[in-house]
Design a protein around this ligand. Structure first.
Ligand SMILES: [Zn+2]
Length: 191
């Protein structure tokens, strides 16, 4: 069984899921689409503390630092860690050259209040900083499937800023994200 996470020791605070969802709802209601970037910024600002908490949590179990774990083990441990913290489980994967983070129970998503767009912006910010620290280089994260849109899972794409910008631009032209990733990869290899 995973050890519990000491919140004050790790500069974390417990917050109810209801509050988180109410905050997001109120921000979008009063600020419109601009709320997305603010939530992302807030998540990104907390990435360092999340990464440090994860590192301590691994050390408590006699495990190596996150960056020294093999990818498969990293994914399983990170999933257990975020689940213990109340956020939900994750599964790491890949779609062509882009990494994926999937979750079927993520706390920021809310199937009860359907959105027309993926809604886990705070999480996108957290993952961007958290996974960037792991990779040792800046990474961009974009959610392309969300339980808040009625999907069965949330799916985040993770890649370099350049790649993700190409994917974003293609999607803006109405291309499905799977095809956008494929063409972004093609563009990258010919550059
Ligand atoms: Zn989501």
């Amino acid at each position: 069984m995973s050890p519990s996470i000491d919140l004050p020791e790790n500069a974390l605070v417990a917050m109810t899921r209801d509050s988180l969802l109410a905050l997001r709802g109120a921000m979008f209601r009063d600020m419109g689409p601009g709320a997305a970037a603010l939530l992302q910024e807030a998540g990104y600002a907390g990435g360092q503390a999340w990464f440090d908490a994860f590192s301590r949590w691994l050390a408590m179990q006699g495990m190596r630092a996150p960056e020294s774990l093999p990818t498969s083990e990293f994914g399983a441990r990170a999933s257990a860690f975020f689940r213990s913290a109340g956020w939900g489980s994750i599964q790491l994967g890949a779609l062509d050259s882009v990494a994926t983070v999937d979750s079927t129970d993520w706390a920021e998503s809310d199937p009860a209040v359907p959105l027309d767009f993926p809604g886990c912006y705070y999480t996108s910010g957290v993952l961007s900083d958290f996974l960037g620290r792991l990779a040792g280089e800046p990474l961009a994260v974009m959610e392309v499937e969300c339980r808040s849109m009625g999907g069965s899972r949330c799916r985040f794409l993770v890649g370099s800023g350049e790649t993700m910008q190409r994917v974003y631009d293609e999607m803006g032209r109405g291309v499905a994200y799977e095809d956008a990733v494929r063409s972004a990869e093609g563009a990258g290899s010919t550059a």
